[in-house]
Write a protein that binds this ligand. Sequence first.
Ligand SMILES: CC(C)(COP(=O)(O)OP(=O)(O)OC[C@H]1O[C@@H](n2cnc3c(N)ncnc32)[C@H](O)[C@@H]1OP(=O)(O)O)[C@@H](O)C(=O)NCCC(=O)NCCS
Length: 219
Amino acid sequence: MRLSHLRALNNSAIMAHIDSTIRHLKDGSEVTLRTGVEEDAPSLLATLSNYISENEGMVWEPDEYRKSEQEIGEWIRTMRENPKEILILATSNNEIIGNIDFHVGARKRIAHVGELGMGMLPAFRSRGLGSLLLDRLIRWAKQVPELEKINLNVISTNERAIGLYRKFGFEEEGRRLREFKYSNGSYADAVLMGKIIRPASVHFGSGTQFETTRPELGK
Ligand SMILES: CC(C)(COP(=O)(O)OP(=O)(O)OC[C@H]1O[C@@H](n2cnc3c(N)ncnc32)[C@H](O)[C@@H]1OP(=O)(O)O)[C@@H](O)C(=O)NCCC(=O)NCCS
């Protein structure tokens, strides 16, 4: 057996995965939610390029996103090799229409938290797809024993995204002021949001070396 096949077999035991499921948007349209795999790279690149260039809520200027299929394939592969990371795709008629991805910190002290990113084709917005994707990610994350918190970073003008995150219990934890500067000279802040998904694993009493605000979160 070739080395690459052995490696794939080895990794399949630890790869993050969700079973493929059919869900429905608010208007009854069927969508499939499933784990993204390396073979999705060309279609995912087309979807990402589409919604990033359309420019709602994205960090990139419309003409700035220039990833190759190889880079997207590598991005998917590294996520799949980490059991605490996942790429969930939404498809409709076998076309990738949206995605949500989750990455954890590389260092031990931030390995219990991760950051999500998500987006979808314009035609599917405000139809309930974001809710389906976020709900699936949160349910998956709650089943990964080491994960305790989901973070994200959203542009302050992106009311739709902030509305979605609040609906799922994310709270604003701070802002980076004037983090984004647009080609027309206007600015927006980065809103830092988070959701604790598991009780703290140590007691936050007085006199411990640990310090956090609101230790009751996640209980
Ligand atoms: C932001 C985004 C992921 C939201 O997904 P969506 O499918 O449009 O959202 P949903 O239809 O599931 O709506 C979820 C909730 O968001 C809120 N919401 C929806 N549209 C809203 C709007 N225009 N203003 C404020 N809140 C809004 C509502 O609370 C809604 O819940 P409800 O349906 O129970 O009323 C999606 O619109 C998108 O991909 N936008 C472009 C890329 C992007 O901004 N990505 C996020 C970067 S941080």
